[in-house]
Write a protein that binds this ligand. Structure first.
Ligand code: MEV
Length: 313
């Protein structure tokens, strides 16, 4: 019996995290060197409709109905089966593997959802449009944190750079000239749900302060979009630094992230900022062929727990 496999990339947010939850735009890109993978294997001898979910990395090996109805993996399988018009799935085992670190702002949850959706669709001999894959994954994102903007599931389902505005049709972003980023992991896990709810608490207390920062971030995103489309990525560094200051002001940076960002800039990066929910997780630094090695070495020395070089194209 054949197995049906699908993969989905990680993602980083270049500009606009947090503000995007409040209706401002964001720019996000896939990171294909990190991937979630779902493998669906038919189990013809198992009772009809029996689905076994296996994710060795989190110690999961269970029948689907044994899981809480709100378990993200149960939810994604049920939503996908419903979307595909399958009252029962032919018995199978779904194996999930991922090289994307969790709770680090790289979209691990959305990537697992997208991989499972596509592998299940293939198992049933169908394929789903990117928009539908994204919408299904968004439903699962709501379990991870109540008010996701939808940027993670969108960029991961689309597998290319996006200019994202909540509630609007997916807008792929044309990259006029490729550019290179270093993604450095602080090693501090930081679930997006936590920072998103802290920002919400702050916003509720002082909406004017937060709205003003979100507007400034929106302005930066618009400028960044033009530079990316027009093939002037070397000018993005200044916008990254300005976005970072605003993220500090809304309270999602941390001394560890600030240290990595300062290190990257001192070593020759054109700009750097946190990416994703913040507090822990990853920073991104804009480098070129001359600065990449020096910046990378300095980040390791400053305590980065992992570094990825990625080209945005
Ligand atoms: C998470 O990758 C980005 C945030 O803006 C949350 C969201 O957009 O849902 C922090």
């Amino acid at each position: 019996m054949p197995a049906f496999t699908a993969t989905a990339p990680a993602k980083i947010i270049l500009f606009g995290e947090h503000a995007v939850v409040y209706g401002r735009p964001a720019i996000a890109v896939p990171v294909t060197s990190l991937q979630a993978r779902a493998i669906v294997r038919p189990e013809p001898r198992a009772p009809h409709g029996q689905v076994r979910l296996v994710a060795a990395a989190i110690g999961l090996d269970a029948l689907m109905e044994e899981l809480n109805p709100d378990h993200p993996l149960r939810r994604v399988v049920e939503l996908t089966a419903r979307e595909l018009g399958a009252a029962y799935l032919p018995a199978c085992q779904i194996n999930i593997q991922s090289t994307i670190p969790v709770a680090s702002g790289l979209g691990s949850g959305a990537a697992v959802s997208v991989a499972v959706i596509r592998a299940l669709a293939a198992y049933l001999g169908k394929s789903l449009p990117d928009e539908v894959v994204s919408t299904l994954a968004y439903e699962v994102e709501k379990i991870y944190h109540g008010t996701p903007s939808g940027v993670d599931n969108t960029v991961i389902a689309l597998r290319r750079a996006v200019y994202f505005l909540r509630g609007q049709a997916i807008q792929p972003l044309r990259v006029g000239r490729p550019f290179t980023l270093l993604i450095a992991d602080s090693g501090i896990p930081s679930p997006t749900a936590t920072t998103v709810s802290e920002v919400r608490a702050g916003w509720q207390q002082n909406p004017a302060f937060y709205e003003q920062r979100f507007d400034q971030i929106a302005d930066i995103v618009q400028q960044a979009r033009l530079l990316i489309e027009n093939g002037q990525p070397e000018q993005l560094g200044d916008l990254m630094n300005r976005n970072q200051i605003l993220l500090q002001e809304v309270g999602v940076s941390s001394p560890e992230l600030e240290r990595l960002i300062a290190t990257a800039c001192q070593a020759g990066a054109a700009g750097a900022k946190l990416s994703g929910g913040g507090r822990g997780g990853n920073i991104i630094a804009l480098v070129d062929e001359w600065s990449a090695a020096t910046v990378s070495e300095s980040l390791w020395k400053a305590g980065a727990q992992g570094i990825i070089l990625t080209t945005v194209q």
